[in-house]
Design a protein around this ligand. Structure first.
Ligand code: HEC
Length: 302
């Protein structure tokens, strides 16, 4: 087993033409992994693996290469401990750029497989990147089959750019393979806003658990400290407001950001009260949630 994981550094030959059945298979969540989907015997998609349990689950599946398209910094150290190679090729919600799709495909083609492609939750960007890459690799995968992959993954049709890039993806040309090269970085630079948003998303996931626990400490999650999560959320929005982003100078963006910071502050105050003020917390949470959606619709998912 050890030898199988660590002893095989040769690049395997490309797959012999196998199945032309591209029906994706959805799995029950193994520990530390969500939304696990098998596209082919060499390609999977899903959520960001959580801690040792997540990487262990990937290793148990036989995964050798993990490709993140998320803005968060990959946990390269833990992956290494489980004998897994990381590749970081982040994308946004507005589509899978052709160049990135081919680079992902080339990583899937050239690095030891099977490969596992993930975003944060494994619902939108991860499966889209995987489906676009699959079409670069295999010209027998028609658009209809690729669309089925997104439907099975639960990708929200409101992300029109993601759907469009999967629909238009096609076999990579020799020139495109060449251009993609073999630079497969373990971590890639991520623009400040996307990086902070990935942090916001982590806090938000934890606050979802706090909400489900009735605005109290979360059973089985001693690492989640309700008031601290809300405070962190607020501070992340404050950090975003300090970015001098020339692409987003407009007043509406700034206003939504200020509102998001204020809602996070209200949430923190409600959680800090003893006992926590559940109604106020729920209202602040709902306000924050609608601001995430409103700002993304306007500025992110075009
Ligand atoms: C004021 C506007 C605004 C608000 C409010 C906002 N976001 Fe964002 N978010 C953005 C923009 C713009 C991007 C795209 C950044 C980019 O790709 O450069 C983004 C990107 C993201 C991403 C993708 C990060 C990545 O991996 O590239 C996630 C996840 C995210 N936001 C989560 C949230 C959550 C959760 C909330 C609410 C708690 C939220 N955001 C509130 C504007 C906002």
């Amino acid at each position: 087993m050890i030898a199988a994981v660590f002893g095989c550094s040769r690049t395997p030959a490309p797959d012999p033409p196998s199945s032309t059945d591209f029906t994706p298979v959805k799995f029950a969540d193994p520990p530390g992994v969500h939304n696990l989907l098998r596209l082919t015997d060499r390609l999977y998609s899903g959520s960001s693996p959580e801690g040792d349990a997540g990487f262990q689950s990937l290793r148990d599946l036989g995964i050798k290469t993990v490709i993140s398209v998320d803005g968060a910094k990959p946990d390269v150290a833990t992956a290494k401990r489980f004998g897994l190679r990381y590749v970081h090729l982040p994308i946004g919600y507005n589509g899978v750029p052709r160049e990135t799709a081919v680079r992902i495909a080339r990583a899937v083609r050239d690095l030891p497989g099977p490969a596992y492609i993930h975003c944060h939750h494994g619902t939108h960007r991860g499966p889209s990147a995987a489906a676009a890459a699959l079409r670069c690799l295999d010209d027998r995968c028609p658009a209809s089959a690729a669309m089925d992959i997104l439907r099975t993954a639960g990708t929200d049709p409101k992300y029109k750019g993601l759907f469009a890039s999967v629909e238009s993806s096609a076999a990579a040309t020799p020139a495109e393979w060449d251009r993609a090269g073999q630079d497969f970085p373990e971590t890639a630079p991520v623009p400040d806003l996307a990086r902070l948003m990935a942090g916001i998303d982590e806090r938000w996931d934890r606050l979802k658990l706090v909400r489900a626990a009735g605005w109290k400490a979360v059973p089985d999650h001693p690492d989640v400290d309700p008031t601290h999560e809300a405070l962190q959320l607020m501070e992340h929005f404050f950090e975003v407001s300090r970015l001098n982003d020339p692409e987003r100078p407009d007043k509406e963006f700034r206003q939504m950001l200020a509102d998001a910071e204020a809602s996070a502050a209200d949430l923190e105050k409600a959680l800090r009260a003893s006992p926590p003020r559940a109604d106020t917390a729920a209202a602040a949470y709902a306000r924050s949630s609608s601001l995430c959606a409103k700002c993304h619709e306007r500025y992110r998912d075009k």
